[in-house]
Design a protein. Structure first.
Length: 476
């Protein structure tokens, strides 16, 4: 599908615009009606897409929640900001874009998942209500400093706050080898679910606005991050028997990078009953539809206040989810279903009929884009020129790792993608894909193609970038 032509008119900037940032966790780029998925129902986001610039080739900076979000807020990759894992104290010497917005007289608000530590810090927000996780499996502080659990204990006083924390984490405690870890369970009713709490508080924020200063509101949903199961009606919304399975679910993939993943988790998932896969997909789709409805409530509240004509709206996710691709779930590796994300940018008043852009961009580009929206200094990777009909960045890197001898790095261009993986045994492994023609990454072109001009050029670029990331890791 070709890109739409540039806009015939410039984006309107009526005064100091508000910025509504709708952020999700683990929502794959193609699980939307507007993306061509015929099974999932996302009518409110489909409507938003028809008024937005749709960046169809957006990637995350890192396919893990904490590192990806830290890159968004700092504008640098994980090796430079040091968040190599989910729970890591932020280096205060690195300014966040929210700090800069406050310096520009923006009122900054957050409801939902932030995933920056220490959780007690403001991280540039004047107002924030946290729900980093609905369990304490990995961080007791994320459960202790959790406004959702405070509210839940009041909404549903039939059990204590501690009991609700335990209920929310019951399946997460089983670990990723167990299918319950991913599928989840019904543990709280729909009205009190954290998705609806997040939307409720976002609407209240909008209703309290007195118009005295422009605002930035980050509405950050925990889902559709696993565990996937929500409650009625969404847990029963999609019959598993009607779910299409990914074409690669039962295919063999013997490429060098994937072999390491197979040893890590694929073997355990391969032992599951095949009937579990459509159940997983059905629950994930239900979660997506639940969030879509919550987004619709927020956008309706924005329109009812008459603020849509002076508000930028952004929708994206921190990373994707394999959802059965190559027999995997989750993320944290260099393949498309893990690292590609949705990205919509709707200017004040919208774009009639919407627009599409197929240049390769990074979700981290939103750091400078948001500051550009607020009237700050232009940055080379701002996406506003694309929304306004001009050119933008085209090509990006992705990083996921833990040490200089243990990481994945990716370099993506429009037609091609190169993966490099450093292993603790000293090897560097490569895989190469003609990604425009092979989106499921079925054909690794690296064997026998290493001397091709394109791969030699891309390898030189990626190797140099890897050296820079390794040096940054050593500094941390």
């Amino acid at each position: 599908m070709p890109e739409t032509p540039p806009l015939a008119r410039p984006v309107r900037r009526n005064g100091r615009p508000n910025i509504l940032f709708l952020f999700t966790d683990q929502w794959r780029y193609d699980i939307f009606g507007y993306a061509g998925n015929k099974q999932v129902r996302t009518p409110y986001l489909d409507r938003l897409a028809r008024q937005s610039m749709n960046f169809r080739r957006a990637y995350c900076p890192s396919p893990a929640c904490g590192p990806s979000r830290a890159s968004l807020f700092t504008g640098v990759f994980p090796a430079e900001h040091g968040h190599m894992r989910n729970v890591h104290a932020h280096d205060p010497s690195l300014p966040l874009f929210t700090d800069k917005l406050r310096g520009m007289d923006y009122h900054t608000g957050l409801v939902g998942k932030l995933h920056l530590h220490p959780v007690e810090a403001s991280h540039g927000f004047d107002w924030k209500l946290l729900c980093d996780a609905h369990y304490d499996t990995y961080s007791e502080k994320e459960a202790k400093h959790n406004d959702y659990f405070d509210a839940l204990a009041k909404m549903r006083p039939e059990q204590s706050r501690e009991a609700w924390v335990e209920a929310g984490g019951r399946t997460e405690a089983k670990g990723p080898a167990a299918h319950e870890f991913w599928l989840g369970q019904r543990w709280v009713d729909e009205a009190a679910h954290h998705t609806n709490w997040t939307a409720d508080e976002a609407v209240r924020f909008l209703q309290r606005d007195d118009g005295s200063q422009p605002w930035f509101l980050n509405v950050s949903f925990f889902g559709p991050h696993h565990p996937y199961k929500t409650d009625f009606p969404w847990a029963d919304f999609y019959p598993p028997s009607g779910m299409d399975l990914p074409p690669t679910l039962n295919m063999e993939k013997n490429t060098p990078v994937f072999e390491a993943l197979k040893r890590r988790i694929h073997t355990e998932m391969a032992a599951w009953d095949e009937e579990l896969w459509p159940k997983m997909i059905a629950q994930y789709y239900g979660y997506c539809s639940q969030i879509d409805l919550a987004v619709g409530r927020i956008l309706t509240a924005l329109a009812q206040r008459g603020d849509a004509e002076n508000t930028w709206i952004i929708f994206t996710s921190d990373h994707g989810d394999h959802l059965g691709n190559w027999g995997l779930l989750g993320k944290a590796d260099p393949y498309e279903t893990s690292i590609r994300v949705p990205l919509l940018i709707c200017p004040p008043g919208g774009i009639e009929g919407g627009g599409t852009h197929d240049g390769v961009v990074n979700m981290m580009d939103l750091n400078g884009t948001i500051l550009d929206m607020a009237g700050g200094a232009k940055t080379p990777r701002s996406l506003l020129p694309v929304v306004e009909g001009g050119a933008g960045p085209d090509g990006t890197f992705v990083f996921q790792g833990w040490a200089p001898d243990n990481y994945h790095a990716v370099y993506v261009e429009r037609q091609h993608k190169l993966i490099a993986t450093n292993r603790p045994d000293g090897r560097r492994l490569y895989e190469a894909y003609a990604i425009a023609d092979d989106p499921w990454e079925k054909n690794d072109l690296w064997p026998g193609g290493q001397t091709h001009t394109t791969w030699r050029r891309m390898r030189a670029t990626l190797d140099q970038w890897c050296r820079e990331q390794e040096a940054a890791m050593v500094r941390h």
